[in-house]
Design a protein around this ligand. Structure first.
Ligand SMILES: Nc1nc2c(c(=O)[nH]1)N[C@H]1C(S)=C(S)[C@@H](COP(=O)(O)OP(=O)(O)OC[C@H]3O[C@@H](n4cnc5c(N)ncnc54)[C@H](O)[C@@H]3O)O[C@H]1N2
Ligand code: MOO
Ligand code: MG
Length: 414
């Protein structure tokens, strides 16, 4: 027996290129969705304003609309006496304001034609809104434009307010609504089927036998895909029964997924269901990385199948290393994870001949390991907010060594 059980492992960047190439035909068509379904989607076309914002000149304060020139006085001292006319509620179009007049005006109400300033009611004497016909005394020398929100001040009709490619946030959806749009063109989402494999798996919530474990990977992959903007058509487990898996896959791919993702059943065991069913339609190999060594790529009825190893942390890390960046390369989203270099908070021993990806916590700018390197240590992965990428090496890396990290999450509470 050779000491090496496998042919030379494929470098990480080469496998990323292979996954990206496998997904290259993913082109989900753009569509138009109601604003209520737009959150988190990516805008497919430039958004051009059909309207000015503000749509008309209006009051920024509850107060009195005046002609500023009518308040001209002795250098800012004293008050100007003006004749109160009918009040202007928001939502109502006022008549023009004559010389010497002051119209009670509410925030958001159109400015009466002829008025060019608003004096807040707090500055009026007497304070409050008197009836039409009364006199109000307002501070002298009001500057023109005071507390007036100008038509087009925020947005000019015909200008691009959001370029294509922006992710739709509450503020951006609100802007579309303020412009009178009830639907937005969004990039199509790729649609994925997820299979987790293994006779030992039971779905969370079901009774568990003594040799069984709960299926963590269906939940992991569903969440990772959805976080990456992919629609998950179905995610569930299949037993280690090649005939059953083959039949299920053949039926399910007819529902029109763009992509199939599997977990488990790709390594060297006697019951590797994914490898047995898809080995002939694809490539199953080892990548020079831990976790995530055993990987597979296949195609079923033209649909790409990305096969990830079954250990939960291997699935999790494989998605971050291969599937997520491949989706970004092909579809332009999700946004790539932030990558940065940070010093090790503690000494760490890398792996000879293989990149090692450790779950890590960023602590005051330094990288501390979250648990050991074992790909079954899911609780430690759940504590992590970063992945530390350690290049292959024989020697321990001392504390302070700069290493590359992928930032997964902003720190808790940060
Ligand atoms: N002789 C060798 N054995 C193994 C090798 C190897 O190179 N030679 N590689 C090891 C590595 S590395 C990994 S990673 C795993 C990959 O195994 P598979 O992809 O074939 O996955 P399974 O055998 O189905 O399961 C492995 C492990 O993960 C647990 N698992 C699987 N699916 C789930 C799930 N959905 N939820 C929770 N846990 C899951 C499963 O119970 C096993 O414990 O192979 C090594 N072996
Ligand atoms: O690749 Mo396995 O993922 O080392 O545990
Ligand atoms: Mg296995």
């Amino acid at each position: 027996m050779s000491r090496h059980a496998h042919p030379p492992a494929r470098p990480v960047d080469e496998h990323l290129r292979a996954v990206t190439a496998a997904l290259r035909d993913l082109h989900p068509p753009a569509r138009t969705v109601p604003l209520g379904e737009a959150l988190g989607r990516v805008l497919a076309e430039d958004l051009v304003a059909p309207l000015d914002l503000q749509p008309f000149d209006n009051a920024q304060m509850d107060g009195f609309a005046v002609r500023a020139a009518d308040t001209a006085g002795n250098g800012g001292r004293g008050r100007a006496a003006l004749a109160v006319v009918a009040p202007v509620p928001a939502g109502h179009l006022p008549p023009p304001l004559g010389p010497g007049e002051a119209a009670p005006v509410m925030t958001g109400a159109p400015l009466p034609p002829g008025a060019d300033a608003v004096v807040p009611v707090e500055e009026a004497e007497p304070r409050g809104f008197p009836a039409a016909g009364a006199t109000v005394r307002l501070p002298a020398d009001q500057p023109p434009g005071r507390f007036v929100r100008r038509v087009g001040e925020d947005v000019r009709a015909g200008t691009t307010v959001l370029p294509a490619g922006r992710r739709l946030t509450p503020a951006r959806i609100g802007l579309a609504a303020a412009l009178g749009l009830d639907r937005l063109p969004v990039c199509g989402r790729a649609r994925a089927l997820v299979y987790t494999t293994g006779d030992e798996l039971v779905p969370p919530g079901a009774p568990r036998g003594p040799a069984q474990v709960y299926d963590a990977n269906a939940a992991i992959l569903r969440a990772q895909l959805e976080e990456a903007g992919v629609e998950v058509l179905a995610a569930g487990l299949v037993p280690d029964d090649p005939a059953a898996f083959a039949a299920r896959l053949a039926a399910d791919v007819r529902t029109g997924p763009d992509l199939v993702v599997t977990s488990g059943g790709v390594s060297e065991g006697a019951y590797e269901v994914v490898r047995q069913v898809l080995g002939g339609a694809g490539q199953f190999l080892h990548v020079a990385v831990q976790p995530g060594g055993p990987q597979g790529l296949a195609r079923v009825h033209g649909v790409p199948v990305v096969c990830l190893p079954g250990n939960p942390v291997s699935t999790l890390v494989s998605f971050e290393l291969f599937l997520r960046p491949a989706l970004t390369a092909v579809l332009g989203s999700p946004a790539p994870r932030a990558r940065r270099t940070a010093p090790l908070a503690e000494p760490v021993r890398p792996l000879p001949g293989r990149t090692q990806v450790r779950r890590a916590v960023l602590e005051a700018g330094a990288v501390r390991m979250a648990g050991g390197p074992g790909s079954h240590l899911l609780a430690a992965a759940a504590r992590a907010d970063a992945l530390a990428v350690l290049p292959p090496g024989a020697d321990e890396l001392p504390a302070g060594t700069p290493v590359e990290v992928l930032v997964l999450d902003p720190p808790e509470g940060g």
